[in-house]
Design a protein around this ligand. Sequence first.
Ligand SMILES: [Zn+2]
Length: 191
Amino acid sequence: MVHAIESYTGKNKKNKISDAFAKEALNLLGTNIEKAVFNGSDVKVRSNMLLGTTLAGISFANSPVAAVHALAYPIGGHFNVPHGLSNSLVLPHVMRFNLPIASKYYAELAMVTFPNIDFKGSDEDIALKYIEEIERLIKKLNLPTKLRVVGVSESDLEMMAEDAMNQERLLNNNPKKLKKEDAYNIYKTAF
Ligand SMILES: [Zn+2]
């Protein structure tokens, strides 16, 4: 899901093809993930997840990922946290950071990711609700939501922020410019 969200909001290479793949991916992933997690023997649902992740992969091969991944790498690299989890730990916080620039895109994705929710209001309202729904999903799936739970200490945050800044290719593609203090603040919120 992160692959599709970041592809769709990418600053440099977002295009109609990456957009189409991202939307289809998020529709499949958003409508199947809970069923797949809570009933692993449903082959149709798991097929939809595989198709969704593949389409998201095609999307981000055309329009790369950005700051969520840049901030996830130090979590995965230093603390041996799986890739998806390291991304989900920072995803809602990076989305809130990007909100002033990316609300239109998040609002567009909200409708396809959670088609059963009646999103109402301005792009900003819908984008905010989208982030809240993603947080709800993360909790529902029983994923850790705090860096402290996966072995990170508060004294690590400075080093992690410095490390994240090395991901220039990804940071340059983020919709909103992200500086080291922003990375630190995001980690602090996620801590
Ligand atoms: Zn990834």
